[in-house]
Design a protein around this ligand. Structure first.
Ligand SMILES: [Zn+2]
Length: 278
């Protein structure tokens, strides 16, 4: 759950989900010479970026890389098919309320195309590993029971409320938090246990969790209530305010970097792509 002001306890929605990979990576990159890959890598240009080809074509070359500007087309091509990626994403939108939604008083409404575009663009900025790891549905709900609530997640259903579209908090941050809940739900029991150990959660004899760290190390206070909330808050901060996470809990920051990889960051290679129909 993500709210504009204050945070509230949320129920635990834990369900082990099957992991599915939405897309297969393209293999077109294989033909490029290693020296050109290295030359391109040094440039810090981003694959899939609309300015990549032009910038690549004007990069300086030397005797060992003089032919590399001829490889810019392949070097700048995203390693995923962004059209396919976005098309798969579009299938995640649902006009219905999720089954057995936690708040029966909350009503769904149909998506309009501009909202869908905003949401898709926001998700494309997030790390693909966060998005592709799970199957999820995004539902458009009107006003949340708690009016300032921007989004909620139950199992693999994410509800976005009106507040998500009028908030100063960027949509990608709201969605990053909710997708972290879905990600958590898809993690194995063992992986969740690993997180709980790293984050110093203690389970009592009944299996109920207690926050074992100093509460001041929580990125958000509602993270002290439940491991899934702690995890979602920390993934959100890892993406949007990593320095704060690092400062509050350096060891957990290190755990995230080791577990999710240094490339778990904003700026997906399809972030600037458009659907052909647009
Ligand atoms: Zn949450």
């Amino acid at each position: 759950m993500r709210v504009l002001e204050g945070r509230v306890a949320r129920k635990q929605f834990v369900r082990i989900m099957s992991i599915s990979i939405l897309l297969a990576a393209s293999t077109a990159f294989g033909a490029v010479e290693p020296e050109c890959k290295e030359w391109f890598g040094r440039s810090k240009l981003k694959k899939g970026d609309s300015k990549c080809f032009m910038a690549c074509s004007t990069l300086s070359v030397d005797l060992g890389t003089y032919f590399c500007t001829d490889r810019c087309d392949e070097l700048c091509r995203p390693q995923v098919d962004c059209y396919q990626y976005r098309s798969a994403l579009e299938k995640s939108f649902s006009d219905q309320a999720p089954d057995k939604w936690l708040e029966p008083s909350e009503k769904s409404r149909p998506w309009n195309s501009s909202e869908k575009k905003l949401v898709a663009a926001a998700i494309l900025k997030l790390p693909r590993s966060l998005v592709e790891k799970s199957i999820f549905k995004i539902h458009r709900m009107s006003v949340g029971k708690l009016k300032t609530n921007q989004a909620s997640t139950m199992n693999n259903s994410i509800a976005l409320y009106d507040a998500a579209f009028s908030s100063p908090v960027p949509l990608e941050r709201v969605l990053g938090h909710e997708l972290a809940h879905v990600f958590w739900n898809g993690m194995s029991v063992t992986d969740r246990k690993r997180y709980e150990i790293a984050a110093n959660w203690i389970r009592d004899i009944n299996g109920d969790p207690t926050f074992g760290r100093d509460p001041k190390t929580a990125t958000e206070i509602d993270g002290t209530l439940m491991p899934t909330e702690d995890f979602a808050n920390n993934v959100e901060y890892l993406l949007f305010d990593p320095l704060k996470l690092k400062k509050l809990t350096p060891s957990l920051f290190g755990w995230f970097r080791t577990t999710l990889g240094a490339k778990f960051e904003l700026g997906g290679e399809c972030a600037q792509s458009n659907l052909k129909s647009e």
